[in-house]
Design a protein around this ligand. Sequence first.
Ligand code: MG
Ligand code: MG
Ligand code: MG
Length: 307
Amino acid sequence: MPAYVVGHKSPDTDTVCASIALADLKSKMGTECKPAVQGKVNDETKFVLDKFGVETPEQIESAAGKQIFLVDHSDRSQSLDDLDQGELMGIVDHHKLGDVTTPNPIEIWAWPVGCSCTVIKGMYDFYGVEIPKNIAGIMTCSILSDTVIFKSATCTDADKKAGQELAKVAGIDDLQSLGMEMFKVKSAIEGTPIRDLVMRDYKDFDMNGNKVGIGQLEVVDLSLLDSVKDDLAKEIKTMKGEGSYHSVFLLLTDIMKEGSQILIASDDPQVVQKAFGVEPKGEQAWLDGVMSRKKQVVPNFEKGFAS
Ligand code: MG
Ligand code: MG
Ligand code: MG
């Protein structure tokens, strides 16, 4: 039976494309692997897979009896619920180290860069394995997505270099326009149920014993969300009640203005003040220059919840 490479819940473009790329590399290195996703892929990811003619990975819900590689996360809350019923073989990630543990030694590639596919590009290079053109294409798109076209605080020189090199392999000559094309797809909200918008890029965290959910919508212009903002605010309150959360936050990120409006449903809205030094107005606040959940929002909230 092949091993499975799987990313986090509420799959984003990097989680999906990293699972495809790592499965390709591992299979070529002699460990037969299949990419998998937890849940439906989003429209941006569909656009990317279609553009380069790559198949959507199989959906799996259980790790039981499987060998598993994790990409783009190492937090149990973001992983397969029964991860312990499988055998964890390795982790390739670019986030803070999570809380998975193993009984056996495993392979870990974790770099503090902007995208899992930057790490996997490094792995292909390390092993001297050629990257197929279509996989180079989706890896390029992952980097554009995760680094918000190289503008996010998480973006490093390694991401820029990997992005350029992958684009060359894939035959992409205009990274900026490809990035904008992707973010326009990502910004589309018509016909999408409110809950799906909240869940589009959503993660649960344990912060000092508090259950905290943080969703993010990245758009090319915040006004695109005007018609649904009130409903989004209501929806995160509902979710907070359903999931016995301390807080559910939704970041509405304007990638051109380079900042985020945060919608707040919390037992203690002042945690936003503690985390960012910004007084919430009603149940929202503007966080200037904040675009990255991973590098800016999560670490600040960790501090806010610890104090
Ligand atoms: Mg991700
Ligand atoms: Mg990522
Ligand atoms: Mg992201």
